[in-house]
Design a protein around this ligand. Structure first.
Ligand code: GLA
Length: 657
């Protein structure tokens, strides 16, 4: 397979599909498969073979991609190459375990003009008896170098998502996973393996899973220095019963190679916007949004929302989103979830009265939902306690006073779909913030023949409901939120239009969080609020107004331009990053310092990137107005000082015609 700049080669041997190469392009006729031989009775040839999708069984002891239990109790899978199909941009390698009628299709899909390959696997039961799948990864991935890789991921938490980590994998296994029901706040559902890499140099191999449920990425380095990874749905508490004729399709994983981390980020971001994001809003600028949560929390009503909306409109917001608190008995987080009818005391004239006033102010209206949840103190729970995941022998654990609805039940899916559809059909709502605020527990689902299917079925149900709503209500945008960034992944971004990366809106913390977010995900899909612990004074509102006006002039460059991460707190005690429009006519760079004075480090040299060398740019900031060539700005740069804590500067560069 050849992408724009790379080549990916698989070959066929007695062990099924073997991995031969991923990197620079080489003549196809040069590739050959060296037969592997036993090295000793303790190191079978399976240890040395680079496979594309290795099943559990035989003398294979490393992390497997597939594990099955057959009807007769056999847990040993033997895959042999059957044939392959090639269509214009897709390769399917078909392998079978003939004895049991198991068929495994490895799919590779190429995208013109890109270095990204989509991989997923179909597992098919062509036999007569059922097969229990206990593990079904999306892909196995082999890295070319025998030297140890630096594995990059994040160590996150609620309020502290996307904090980048790096560790060298000399030996053994590093694994990143979620067991909470969502992709969760902790780790990226991705493999990023680098050698001698910084933002703009070195080899970076990546594989990013498009899935919002429990995932696992295991990357291992063995005694001969082979680094390989298995990535996909977490096998923790997973199992799938595959009946005769049934197909199980794993989520997709997007793999690629880049020179440097920032190049990886741009490659993924462009790819996601072009190929994954729902089409309707993919190339539209994000509207400037005002969200009520930090101002009024649960205490929303028509008059206070209208008051906020007037201020929001005055400072230039385009979309007003009323957060939690608008429905049924919702006064605190103790009640109301599940009963999605408008609270009559808070909104005696119904929602449309508020929406009309907000529309009259020139803004669209959006609203918060948490569809997958129920409070025990709700009408829904009294009527249908059996609609939650539960075991009759166990007391359910409440988190934030709520329980998770069993979305694997068709009647629950229908209820959620109807509630949201009714709201969207009866009110002029242009935006849904879809929240999800707790992990699963007491995961009983006695409606399922195999209750361990609940994890992936739940995730699929969320996607299906959002897709159905989008089909009927084309003009509504959907934001994925899960207590901040607990559902930020390419699965969410294949169904939702954007994500809320963190509840932490402290500007300094946010710089770190957003920097980590930008590793894999498009800036275009990132919601961001500016908040303060105090109420904004008139003066501060004027400042907001000024910056929103400025933002509207540069937002297209920020959302659709190329990202350049140049300096960051951890190494440089300053953040310096920018965005350059595709024709290089506009660029916007941000320099941000932190709260402390930093001794000699307050004197900085800022070298720009991505500009047109030959062109001259006017450079405007609050402190300076200069004209320089792209060449000068990139190789000499600007010497400056930031002597006060929290100094920052926005550089707007326009090419002079
Ligand atoms: C979660 C979200 C917040 C807000 C609250 C409302 O914490 O992440 O943005 O919507 O719920 O209850």
């Amino acid at each position: 397979m050849e992408t724009e700049n790379t080549q990916y080669v698989t070959g066929i041997s007695e062990s099924g599909a073997v991995h031969l190469h991923w990197g620079e392009k080489c003549p196809a006729e040069d590739f050959e498969i060296f037969p592997s031989s036993e090295k000793s009775s303790n190191h079978s040839k399976s240890d040395f073979c680079k496979t594309e999708y290795v099943p559990f069984g035989g003398t294979m002891y490393r992390e497997c991609a597939l594990k099955c239990t057959f009807a007769d109790g056999c847990r040993d899978t033997v895959l042999k190459y059957e044939n392959c199909k090639i269509s214009e941009n897709m390769l399917t390698v078909i392998m079978t375990d003939k004895y049991y009628g198991l068929k495994v299709n490895l799919i590779y899909k190429l995208f013109g003009g890109s270095d990204i390959i989509e991989r997923y696997t179909e597992i098919i039961n062509d036999g007569n008896d059922k097969i229990i799948i206990e593990k079904a990864a999306s892909a196995e991935i082999n890295l070319p170098s025998q030297r140890a890789y630096t594995i990059i991921n994040t160590s996150g938490s609620w309020g502290g998502e996307f904090r980048k980590t790096e560790e060298t994998l000399e030996s053994g296994t590093i694994s990143y996973e979620s067991r909470k029901g969502t992709s969760a706040h902790h780790h990226l559902p991705a493999l990023i393996a680098a050698q001698n890499a910084d933002e703009y140099s070195g080899e970076v191999f990546f594989a990013v899973l498009a899935y919002s449920g429990n995932f696992k990425v295991s990357v291992s380095r063995d005694f001969i220095g082979k680094t390989s990874a298995v990535i996909g749905i977490n096998d923790f508490d997973f199992s799938k019963t595959l009946h005769k004729g049934e197909i199980f399709r794993t989520p997709s994983v997007y793999i690629g190679k880049a020179n440097g981390l920032c190049r990886m980020s741009n490659m993924l971001s462009e790819f996601t916007v072009r190929n994954l994001l729902p089409k309707r809003f993919a190339y539209e600028n994000l509207p400037v949004l005002y969200n009520s949560w930090e101002a009024t929390e649960f205490n929303v009503n028509e008059s206070n929302q209208l008051k906020l909306a007037k201020t929001a409109a005055e400072i230039g917001c385009e979309l007003f989103v009323m957060d939690d608190g608008w429905f049924s008995s919702r006064i605190t987080d103790k009640s109301g979830l599940g009963d999605w009818n408008v609270n009559k005391f808070k909104f005696p004239k119904g929602l449309n009265s508020l929406i009309k006033s907000i529309n009259a102010l020139g803004m669209d209206f959006g609203i918060w939902f948490e569809p997958e949840m129920v409070n025990p103190a709700s009408v829904l729970y009294k009527k249908h306690p059996e609609w939650t995941y539960h075991y009759s022998s166990r007391k359910p654990n409440l988190l934030r006073n709520q329980l998770v609805l069993n979305l694997t039940k068709p009647e629950v899916q229908k209820y959620i779909l109807t509630c949201l559809d009714d709201m969207l059909s009866s009110c002029n709502i242009k935006y849904i913030k879809w929240d999800m605020n707790r992990p699963f527990s007491e995961i009983g689902a006695d409606n399922l023949e195999n209750p361990k299917e609940l994890w992936y079925r739940h995730t699929q149900a969320v996607y299906d409901i959002v897709d159905s709503l989008k089909q009927k209500h084309h003009d509504v945008q959907f934001e994925a939120c899960a207590s901040g960034g607990g559902r930020t992944d390419l699965g969410a971004l294949s169904n939702f239009d954007m994500v809320w990366p963190s509840d932490n809106t402290d500007p300094l913390d946010r710089l770190d969080i957003q920097q980590g977010y930008s590793l894999l995900y498009p800036i275009k899909c990132m919601r961001s609020w500016v908040t303060d612990t105090n109420k904004n004074s008139r003066q501060e509102l004027e400042l907001c107004k000024k910056y929103i006006k400025l933002y509207k002039e540069i937002r297209h460059t920020i959302q659709f331009g190329k990202l350049y991460r140049i300096m960051d707190f951890s190494k440089d005690k300053i953040y310096f990053k920018g965005y350059v429009s595709s024709d290089k006519s506009q660029a916007v760079f941000f320099a941000d310092t932190n709260a402390n004075s930093f001794f000699g480090d307050r004197f900085v040299n800022l070298k720009f990137k991505g500009l047109d060398k030959e062109a001259r740019y006017s450079v405007k900031t609050d402190r300076r107005k200069i004209i320089k060539s792209g060449a000068y700005l990139m190789s000499v740069g600007i010497d400056t000082d930031y002597t006060k804590p929290l100094n920052s500067e926005i550089f707007i560069l326009n090419k002079i015609k």
